[in-house]
Design a protein around this ligand. Sequence first.
Ligand SMILES: [Zn+2]
Length: 132
Amino acid sequence: MKCPVCDRETDGARTCPACGADLGALVALRELPAQLASEGAALVQDGRVLAGVERLTAATVLAPGEMAIRRTLVDALVVAGLDELAWNQLKTVLAADGADPAARRAAMKLRKRMRVRAAVDRLVRAFASYVT
Ligand SMILES: [Zn+2]
């Protein structure tokens, strides 16, 4: 990161080594998406899936170009059963890199599950119309 005061490279230091400017807030802001993402992933692991999705969504909004974070959000949305939202995020990941193996695996898993859900829906509707 470059110091906004003197334009020198700071290597992530919280104080500019050249001019002594306090860069703490900037560094914290820059680290926030990664921090939110790791908190979110930990919450999902812990079974607090929606809280994790919340953190990961915030991280994705703050760092829209970070596909690793977005992929983690996709995984969390899949765990939460929010397939449509997962699919929307996954489309962005695949648009950035269509060959991303983790994204392709997630896409395959999602398609499979959405097909199963559609089949179950059809069965439930057929059964409902049969019993009524
Ligand atoms: Zn400086």
